[in-house]
Design a protein around this ligand. Structure first.
Ligand code: SF4
Length: 107
């Protein structure tokens, strides 16, 4: 996730708030966050599958892996690699998350 390229239009207020919080944490720890700056930052937003997989593996070293992944799943992010997950994995996990929420809301 590069901070400059993943802010999506049409965010809900809740999403905007969570996104801002995540960006704040990234800013605080940016020296340790692989997707920020550096020559490979574009790997997180490419459509090239092999490069996406490389970026997803690099996320394992990120101190924000868990909150980044949770954010991406909760909001079904589609803009690249987040939290060590490929876009297709985020979509699949977001679908499960939504289904579980719907199940919990049933009377
Ligand atoms: S987990 Fe990956 S996408 Fe998320 S902030 Fe860290 S390096 Fe970036």
């Amino acid at each position: 996730m590069t901070t400059a390229t993943k802010t999506l239009p049409g965010m809900t207020a809740e999403q905007e708030h969570e996104h801002a919080a995540l960006l704040g944490r990234i800013e605080e720890q940016r020296e340790q966050v692989p997707c920020v700056d550096g020559p490979n930052a574009g790997d997180w937003v490419t459509d090239e599958k092999h490069t996406q997989a490389t970026a997803a593996r690099a996320c394992r070293a990120c101190p924000l892996l868990v909150p980044c992944r949770a954010y991406a799943i909760r909001h079904a992010e589609t803009g690249g690699v987040w939290g060590g997950l490929l876009p297709t994995q985020i979509t699949a996990q977001a679908r499960h998350y939504r289904a579980a929420l719907d199940e919990d809301r049933r009377p």
